[in-house]
Ligand binder design. Structure first.
Ligand code: NAI
Length: 297
């Protein structure tokens, strides 16, 4: 299977991530077979897709006339058999290794041996999921970032049995639909993006906990310095430009003082135990009462 032979996309799951991946492929011109367990989940997914498309049209990202043809490219079904026609399948069902194994074992009975199978897991081991497959060489992780209709990055992660051709074709397809697909050499907990995100968050919360700065100050410091620099250059290029001798000197006195907490983060646990989950409950590190999260930027 190569890029030119991929004509139809199978999309398993129509939830938060699944509706958004279906939308991305349909916007790029691919027919999409959207599969979920029941009609309610499919209806919800299609309603989200319609809402996203109208937001794009309102913001002049697409024309109003494009909404209907994009939606018409997506067919919905609760019958997995429809995936027999798919050349590439992206799966976004619940983050549970047993469920994913069950779904992929059943799906492999239906599809061709060369159909590429991609899981949008947040961090489960692709080698473990692929143990249920007869053809694990066509199985790969394509980890989209939420909201997938806006975030460019997709981490493409091979399992131990994944063929290089599977990675190459997956990267080409994702780049073709407008994503920025980045290959990893192997799987790890959290892949790369979440490792960095959590390492930075751990230090930010440690700074707050030590009374060094408020959450507002920490957010401002990142937004007006690292956010801009890393948004353009990335952290490793930034180190090269700053001078590795400079960063080496800083590392000598600073590494030992950084948070090395292991296990659950005490501050996150405390908030969760209080029922303060952020925007969705109206309270997190910030007060979100009466705020719907829109127009933050
Ligand atoms: P969700 O709960 O919004 O959607 C999951 C969908 O899968 C539901 O519609 C459910 O009915 C469906 N489903 C469950 N079992 C199924 C089956 N056997 N066949 C067909 N459909 C089935 O979950 P969400 O957030 O979209 O997550 C899906 C995957 O994407 C997970 O692996 C998650 O870790 C990953 N992910 C989630 C991100 C997020 O921020 N929500 C970000 C990146 C990846």
């Amino acid at each position: 299977m190569n890029l030119t032979t991929i004509r139809t996309i199978g999309n398993l799951g129509a939830g938060t991530m699944g509706h958004a991946t279906a939308l991305q492929f349909a916007m790029a011109g691919y027919p999409v077979i959207l599969v979920d367990q029941n009609n309610e989940a499919l209806d919800n997914g299609m309603a989200l897709i319609k809402k996203d498309l109208h937001t794009f049209a309102d913001n002049h990202i697409i024309e109003d006339e494009e909404v209907a043809p994009i939606m018409a490219r997506i067919t919905t079904t609760t019958d997995n058999q429809a995936l027999a026609k798919a050349d590439f399948i992206i799966e976004s069902v619940v983050e549970n290794v047993s469920v994913k194994k069950q779904v992929w074992a059943a799906t492999e009975q239906i599809i061709r041996p060369d159909t590429i199978c991609a899981t949008n897991t947040s961090g489960l081991d692709p080698t473990e999921i692929a143990t249920v497959l007869t053809h694990p060489e066509r199985f790969v992780v394509a980890h989209f970032w939420n909201p997938a209709q806006l975030m460019p990055l997709v981490e493409v992660v091979p399992g131990e049995a994944t063929a290089q051709a599977t990675v190459t074709t997956t990267l080409a397809l994702l780049n073709k639909i407008g994503k920025h697909a980045v290959p990893l050499q192997k799987a790890s907990l959290g892949f790369v993006g979440n490792r960095i995100q959590l390492a930075v968050l751990r230090e930010c919360l440690h700074i707050v906990n030590q009374g060094i700065a408020t959450p507002e100050a920490v957010d401002d410091i990142v937004k007006y310095s690292l956010g801009r620099r890393w948004g353009i250059l990335g952290p490793i290029v930034s180190a090269d430009l700053g001078g590795l001798d400079v960063f080496d000197n800083i590392s000598k006195y600073l590494y030992a003082d950084l948070s090395n907490t292991t296990g659950e983060d005490v501050q996150l646990k405390a908030k969760v135990d209080e029922g303060h989950l952020g925007l969705k409950t109206g309270q997190g590190f910030y007060d979100w009462q009466g705020h719907d999260g829109a127009k933050l930027v």
